[in-house]
Design a protein around this ligand. Structure first.
Ligand code: MG
Length: 111
């Protein structure tokens, strides 16, 4: 990965050049592109096995990787615009809360 400073400088250039609204619109667009690819992956995964379907799935996997990168870039920019540390604080809270829930679920579902 590139270094953090390069990322931050580039995010600032995007925002300063095109504006915050443009960055928000781009994030919405990229999230919808990832949504579409994930829906396609689930749909094609349920099809009967064939060479054509396997090739389609491989292409969809590549698209998911690309769209995930796009979403993470845009989400990083949104995080930067609205406050990195505020978002990180909520992330920590939600990850800890989720961890407690999953640990409890695992404990309850041991055989
Ligand atoms: Mg995209």
């Amino acid at each position: 990965m590139l270094n953090k400073n390069f990322y931050e400088e580039t995010f600032d250039k995007f925002k300063d050049s095109w504006g915050e609204e443009s960055e928000m619109r781009m994030c919405i667009e990229e999230m919808s592109e990832l949504t579409k690819e994930l829906c396609k992956f689930i749909r094609y995964s349920k099809n009967d096995k064939s060479k054509e379907n396997d090739e389609k799935l491989e292409q969809i996997k590549k698209n998911i990787i690309e769209e995930t990168a796009d979403v993470l870039i845009c989400a990083s920019q949104i995080k930067r615009i609205f406050g990195d540390s505020a978002v990180e604080e909520v992330m920590d809270y939600k990850i800890q809360r989720g961890r407690k829930i999953v640990d409890k679920w695992i404990e309850e579902h041991k055989n």
